[in-house]
Design a binder for this molecule. Sequence first.
Ligand code: ZN
Ligand code: ZN
Length: 342
Amino acid sequence: MKAMVLKRVSNLRDTKEPLEMVDLPDPLPGEGEILIRVSACGVCHTELDEIEGRTPPPRFPVVPGHEVVGRVAGAGEGARRFRSGDRVGVGWIYSACGRCSYCLAGDENVCNEFRATGRDANGGYAEYMIAPEAFAYPIPDLFTDAQAAPLMCAGAIGYRSLRLAKIEDGQNLGLTGFGASAHLVLKMARRVYPNSPVFVFARSEREQAFARELGACWAGGTEDQAPERLHSIIDTTPAWKPVVEALKNLECGGRLVINAIRKENADRDYLLNLDYPAHLWLEKEIKSVANVARRDISEFLQLAAEIPIRPHVQEFPLEGANRALLELREGKIKGGKVLSIA
Ligand SMILES: [Zn+2]
Ligand SMILES: [Zn+2]
């Protein structure tokens, strides 16, 4: 099969073609695994982190790609969940131990034996991949293969952050930062908690206006005081200032959920503004989001079909993966970038 592989960590400033097209033997599904003929694979910022060594693969070469959609083309021993031809998706979580307290509680995303698709196991930048059948998901009919691919990642993480916000319908929800991920969270919140007013903190007036258009009851600047106290706030920014400023808007016992893989250090000094009585006193809490469990992906796919959320996508052939990655790095975003694999 044809595959785009990563052979070493490199710097994208000097290396314009970090992935290499190679011919690999078709993979064989083992016990409990399915063989998937890949038709679409989303291109994600996490691939840039893998290539540049911020989340390095343990072995090379590796086939990246964790927003995979394809059709079941074979099954290993004991794998009976899907039939040949069924359309399935695979996300960042490739497998987990299944026995530890986290796995048993449905939080397999924090399992010590968590393995990531396209980093710890070969992913979807290829004509075929294998995956444990327990970590594959049926894709709702509404979406094309290319549309479904980006849903496997950012949207599902947004859904987990909304779940971790632990609000009840009618309670006040806040969002700080209003980029692509927050747009999705706002749409989901409107659907899951129809009686919860949503308050949005965003830097630009354009973002604030867009938030109101999408149904926010109030939108203001990052430092503004919302007109009411909020039960939970979801932060989708790479900075620290929104964290400090969000805390002052929380209700007693309120929760700030940080949905960011890492925070940049440019404004770390802003943390010195943290004032215990104003920002943390009265049992306020802070929680981070560590990618997704299976439940997040499967529930989000259903929700995305109901709302519906249909991502705009820009398609590339498999051999165009390097171009897609470079455009992503340069911030040329015209919708989710997806490799369409014939
Ligand atoms: Zn991703
Ligand atoms: Zn486990």
